[in-house]
Write a protein that binds this ligand. Structure first.
Ligand code: BGC
Length: 438
């Protein structure tokens, strides 16, 4: 597996945090040792997951976490972002797993960075209900009380935007609702849950708290007014709806009027100051006016009645998932955030970035990561305070509605035998980290 020689990636600032990310439902398995989640209910339905698979065993990380921490140590990362499964915490003895994982990480000199919610809501709870936010804050207090002596860096939620859009507006993820714009309360309740979680974490003594939000630049399909307006709406829903309340304490463009509850009071909670802001970046979107027919983007069908349509970005490579590879989108996104939010934007950490490709000699993944790290460095040079970068993902895993068909890992996992095999990108990333530390 010869990897093409490239110029070294320019050095990132001292103290830069290098890591990889995973999530509980996608890797842990051991479904019998936790309570059910909305994802268990969802995947049990017909035709929900492409290969008909479930995450009941996934990468069996629950039983193989020692082997996986050894892979992290071999990679040489500073930090590991994983998620704490709320349904597991609700099961007798469930928190014990995270005790053991955190101990193993600390013994290996790897900083644990838990995400407190990554889409696996306990079955029976519902983000349409305001009370779910309060229940989440209780979950956060329990976890922080148990792990807070060894964990100092926390992430409240993963991608409330995707969870709202895919899970509640379009119905391609759990819980499978197709509410379109009636899903907006789900966004508000998750943001409220985030704010309450920040308060709960601070009450437990934590002082290094962020969120992992998915963002990407939105490009109008043309200069026509209808395309520009459609792209602006998409940008509003994906980017500003989730960043403005957190960073500016206000909903953009009158969206607050559509939200439930005492919105001004909730916004005070939602905008609790953050120590850092996590960005998950995969690709930009090219958006135009509706075309009167269903469109498809990255495997997701967009109904004709939406007031926008997603278009192909021409002339760029695509991943196995069909997602466009546009590293400069990361520079554009971060410099755009820096311009829009100014001093209100805390230091940024890229909490996810990665791609799906097949095979052990995954040169295309190396090209993707190399390009995005250079693009990230350009954002640093342009004045954005970036403090860390996490690759999605350590292992090939249960890629939600795609089952095991999309492979984002630096390490190949055979779903039948559970054998782990580091790919060419694993070696490349380890070497890159070595160079950064020279
Ligand atoms: C999610 C991950 C997912 C990845 C690739 C992100 O939206 O946080 O759980 O596997 O993208 O689709």
């Amino acid at each position: 597996m010869a990897t093409e020689a490239r110029d070294p990636i320019p050095p990132f600032p001292a103290g830069f945090l290098w890591g990889v990310s995973t999530s509980a439902h996608q890797i842990e398995g051991a479904a019998d040792l936790r309570t059910p989640s909305v994802w268990d209910t969802f995947t049990a339905g017909p035709g929900r997951v492409k290969d008909g698979s479930t995450a009941a065993v996934a990468c069996d990380h629950y039983h193989r976490y020692r082997e996986d921490v050894a892979l992290l140590a071999g990679l040489g990362v500073d930090a590991y972002r994983f998620s704490v499964s709320w349904p597991r915490v609700l099961a007798d003895g469930g928190l014990g797993f995270y005790d053991r994982l955190v101990d193993e990480l600390c013994a290996a000199g790897i900083r644990p960075v838990p995400t407190l919610f990554h889409w696996d809501l306990p079955a029976g709870l519902d983000w349409l209900e305001r009370d779910t936010a309060a229940r989440f804050a209780e979950h956060v207090s329990v976890v922080a009380g148990r792990l807070g002596d060894r964990v100092d860096k926390w992430i409240t939620l993963n991608e409330p935007a995707e969870h709202t859009l895919l899970g509640h507006a379009l119905g391609v993820h759990a819980p499978g609702r197709q509410l379109l714009f009636d899903a907006l309360p789900v966004a508000h309740h998750q943001l409220l849950a985030h704010g309450l979680a920040v308060r709960a974490l601070r009450a437990a003594g934590a002082a290094d708290i962020g969120i992992a939000n998915s963002h990407g630049p939105t490009w109008p399909a043309s200069k026509e007014q209808a395309d520009v307006e459609a792209a602006d709406l998409y940008d509003l829903l994906l980017n500003r709806l989730f960043a403005d309340p957190l960073l500016l304490g206000a909903y953009p463009d009158g969206l607050g009027e559509l939200m439930p509850g005492d919105v001004p009071a909730d916004l005070k909670i939602i905008s609790e100051p953050l120590d850092w802001y996590g960005v998950n970046y995969y690709a930009p979107a090219r958006v135009g006016a509706p075309q009167g027919t269903e469109t498809s983007f990255g495997g997701v069908r967009m109904p004709a009645e939406l007031p926008f349509s997603l278009r192909e970005i021409e002339g760029v490579p695509t991943t196995a998932f069909g997602w466009p590879v546009v590293p400069e989108g990361l520079t554009e996104l971060l410099t755009g955030f820096h311009d829009r939010y100014g001093d209100r934007l805390p230091p940024v950490v890229v909490t996810e970035n990665g791609c799906s490709y097949d095979g052990l000699d995954d040169q295309a993944r190396i090209t993707y990561l190399d390009g995005h790290l250079r693009a990230l460095h350009r954002a640093v040079e342009a004045g954005v305070d970036v403090r860390g970068y996490f690759v999605w993902s350590l292992l090939d895993n249960f890629e939600w509605a795609e089952g095991y068909t999309q492979r984002f890992g630096l390490v190949h996992v055979d779903p039948e035998t559970q054998e782990r095999t580091p790919k060419a990108s694993y070696t490349w990333f380890a070497d890159m980290l070595g160079q950064q530390r020279l």
